[in-house]
Design a protein around this ligand. Structure first.
Ligand SMILES: [Zn+2]
Length: 217
């Protein structure tokens, strides 16, 4: 419990936490994850960012690590043409802007929907699809880790990332927007994720039970 692990396990499709509406939080809150002990939000945000970099993602919402709170992290990377040649390029070196948002409110600036960008999700690995309609430009008003109100406007890809992460706080996933036929094509993969999600939850339940047994000794 003393030295906090550097990354969180990512919750997979089928885990009920991904379908729950997350609750608001205060920047002074302390959160507790099974096996991690109490962490302040700065520690949680740092660990979420590490988890996201490790998984080569562009955003990660608290429910994806089992926390039902309205918080997400997201990153804007610099557009590096050479990026594709080496998958090992440390992502952190290409970060332009890093966002940690508490209680974000999302407003649409440009309603024109764009559906062509490919979208994926760290909680639904290996499924990437086009056809998720996202507003072209949005504004987010949120609280930062110091408790200050912030506002940011985003277009195109970053706007898509923000909308995707915001959806997680509402219990919504990108595959919800896809035609049923497309989702059906992934039925096998989704069932496998559901099984894995259940195993992870079973393990956590056992760990919790073991923990209580030790406490009683
Ligand atoms: Zn996602």
């Amino acid at each position: 419990m003393s030295d906090a692990p550097s990354i969180y396990p990512i919750r997979l499709y089928g885990d009920p936490v991904l379908r729950r509406k997350a609750r608001p939080l205060a920047h002074t809150d302390t959160l507790e994850l099974p096996g991690f002990g109490p962490q302040n939000l700065r520690q949680v945000a740092d660990t979420m960012l590490e988890t996201m970099f490790e998984a080569r993602g562009v955003g990660l919402a608290a429910p994806q690590v089992g926390l039902g709170v309205r918080m997400f992290v997201a990153v804007e990377y610099e557009d590096d043409e050479e990026e594709n040649e080496g998958q090992e390029t440390p992502l952190k070196s290409r970060v332009l802007r890093e966002f940690v948002m508490l209680n974000p409110r999302l407003s649409v600036i440009d309603k024109k929907k764009v559906r062509s960008e490919t979208e994926g999700c760290l909680s639904i690995p290996d499924i990437y699809e086009e056809g998720v309609p996202r507003a072209r430009a949005v504004r987010l008003d949120y609280t930062d880790l110091d408790g200050r109100m912030q506002s940011v406007e985003a277009e195109d890809y970053l706007a898509r990332v923000f909308q995707h992460e915001f959806d997680h706080l509402e219990g919504k996933l990108f595959i919800d927007y896809l035609p049923q036929d497309t989702v059906n094509e992934y039925r096998g993969a989704l069932l496998a994720m559901q099984r894995q999600a259940k195993q992870h939850l079973d393990r956590l339940r056992h760990q919790a039970a073991d923990g209580h047994r030790h406490e009683r000794l």
